[in-house]
Design a protein around this ligand. Sequence first.
Ligand code: ADP
Ligand code: GLC
Length: 480
Amino acid sequence: MKILYVASEVAPYSKSGGLADVAHALPRALSARGHEVRVVTPLYATARIPNAEDTGRSIRLRFPFGEPRAGIRVARPEPRHEVWFLEHHGFYGRPGLYGDGHGEYGDNHRRFAFLAVGALSAAQAMRFAPDVVHLNDWQTGLGALALARGFRGTSVGEARSLFTIHNLAYQGLFSKAVMADLGLPWDVFTPGGLEFYDQVNFMKSGLAFADALSTVSPTYAQEIQTQAYGCMLEGMLRARAHELHGILNGIDVHEWDPHADPYLPAPYDAHDLSGKAVCKAELRHRFGLPDPDHVSDAPLFGVVTRLAGQKGISLLLEGIPTLLDHGAEVVVLGNGERRYEDALRSLSAARSDRFRAFIGFEPALSHLVEGGADFFLMPSLYEPSGLNQMYSLRYGTVPVVRATGGLEDTVRDADLPGGTGFKFRDFDVGGLLWASGRAMDWWWHRRDDLDALRRRGMLQDWSWESSAATYERLYASLAG
Ligand code: ADP
Ligand code: GLC
């Protein structure tokens, strides 16, 4: 099949979260299965593209606000897998992907209307007639409307569309003045279309006009149909429940392999964990934790995360001091909301004997946290899929998670046969401390059981193979 895959971030070129990992790894897995995949994404100023060639092709779109034009550059990560970069300096030649220290960029509606519609034009310009256009998150939502309305009779117009929700909370909300600025048809400014409490909602364009919908875990697919998780879109999602698929993300098992990870000081695997102790020593050293005395055998909890409400940072801030008092050490790598960064810095200063936070976005260090920690904390309020718990399982870093979304689907509680981690349900600090308390109990009193549990997690298969096959079946059913 021919698949046009559109995403606002793609690893390793640009990344703010898991979407980038998925937009790299799923196309890779699909192309390995024999499909032709073209990924369309912006050429950001910060993009790291060693060998992007100029294709000599370009696109030009007509909007009431102007007629932006972009060149198309291409990278070819592997056979049948190309990444097309839309090169528009005015829109994308900035330091941030979506905003800067002052907030979201004021023209994001133009930047991402250009990406979503531009991707379809790029397919025409590159003479690629897709069977399926796979859109991701609000930044690409207008692609579904454009495909349904604007490309009839063209080589792209025959394609069917799939819209994937990676995070329902980010919807791309703009004032209704955007309708005129972008020349969007007013007949879609309805509750069943783009209208959302008198504003324009780009995600709703995907939800309303794509031929099928998906999200990144089976449990999240159910959760978002409820008021608690639906972000006020649960009605619309329930109405399309039979076309909403929950397909769990995979992980890139080449990039995340403790046996061959260039960022780790020593390799290890489920059969020989001795290298993990070397990783732990290096991690403690890098975070500046004091040298352990000869009796110290503290369990080390790691966290790697965007610092956002979604991730349960408030629970961490409340719970970590108690964990430290009970003999744990904790390291956090994260960046994001200012209030959380500040709070973590203060805690780091106050409890530097056992707690350290590194504020920043550091992929290399994130590998070391996965390699060196004993446990990994993910107390998310909601988690559409989550990748870090799967990296953790593979790295023998036992996950301690709240049972929601993809965390529910990937971690099995230690108290059950075949358990792989520690889970709690209630989003409160009591829940977090209960689960991490059990983890520490296993660390100190049931080490053999813990080792068996750890090895079980390491031997699980989280590669993209099975999910890529599921997407393939879905694409095939859409394309007829
Ligand atoms: P989300 O996309 O909601 O942030 P995921 O678990 O799906 O959550 O993916 C997060 C990705 O971003 C993972 O690859 C994780 O390692 C990475 N990541 C998050 N924060 C940081 C950070 N501060 N430094 C390096 N990598 C990070
Ligand atoms: C979103 C979600 C995360 C998911 C990622 C990739 O950022 O928050 O749970 O893993 O998208 O699908």
